[in-house]
Design a protein around this ligand. Structure first.
Ligand code: MN
Length: 201
């Protein structure tokens, strides 16, 4: 079996004071690990058992009979990207080609941040906000639950988890505050730029 819980790219207290060690521990060890454990159980003994997370997502995304497998493996992938979408001393501004593309598609970084926040607030239930690069254009999209709104996972530049478990301990029900903090202090533009650059080069 190829499915594993990857290490966090930072220590559990690295995002303090913005996201507490308590939140990171629960989110990583209960939620993220929980999806890994479930996915392993669901695929054991099936034809999917030896595939990668990405291959399982692709094979199950349109299959109504495989919803549980899709949801748990997509949640593994979504959380992997989410952890890499934040870092200690994150925030600020991207540079280079990604900044140029943001200015082309959103006019300014501030407009990008406004739209990202609006999108996160508009997602009614649980889900993610996604920054995608589609047909030469950056787009901000939210999608519900575990859903990944793009077939080619490489086109996902970054994501932000807006399930309540991502922010409830630190911000209670104030999703808007969490989004502001994510954009101002946590967002990992270096990782986003490396994903973006690999698409354009
Ligand atoms: Mn989560």
């Amino acid at each position: 079996m190829n499915i594993e819980l990857p290490d966090l790219p930072f220590d559990v207290d690295s995002l303090e004071p913005y996201i507490s060690a308590e939140t990171v521990k629960y989110h990583y060890l209960k939620h993220h690990k929980g999806y890994v454990d479930k996915a392993k159980k669901f695929i054991a003994g099936t034809s999917l058992a030896d595939l990668s997370v990405e291959e399982i997502i692709s094979k199950t995304r349109e299959d109504d009979n495989a919803k549980k497998i899709y949801n748990s493996t997509a949640q593994i992938w979504n959380h992997n990207l989410y952890w890499h979408s934040m870092k200690k001393h994150g925030g600020g501004s991207p540079e280079g080609a990604l900044l140029a593309q943001i200015e082309k598609d959103f006019n300014t970084l501030e407009k990008f941040q406004e739209e990202f926040k609006k999108c996160g607030l508009a997602e009614f239930g649980s889900g993610y906000v996604w920054l995608l690069f589609l047909e030469g254009k950056l787009r901000i999209i939210s999608d519900t639950d575990a859903k990944i709104p793009v077939q080619d996972l490489n086109q996902a530049i970054l994501n932000m988890d807006v399930w309540e478990h991502a922010y409830y301990i630190d911000y209670r029900n104030e999703r808007g505050k969490y989004i502001d903090i994510f954009l101002k202090y946590l967002i990992n533009w270096d990782h986003a730029a490396s994903r973006f650059n690999s698409l354009i080069n």
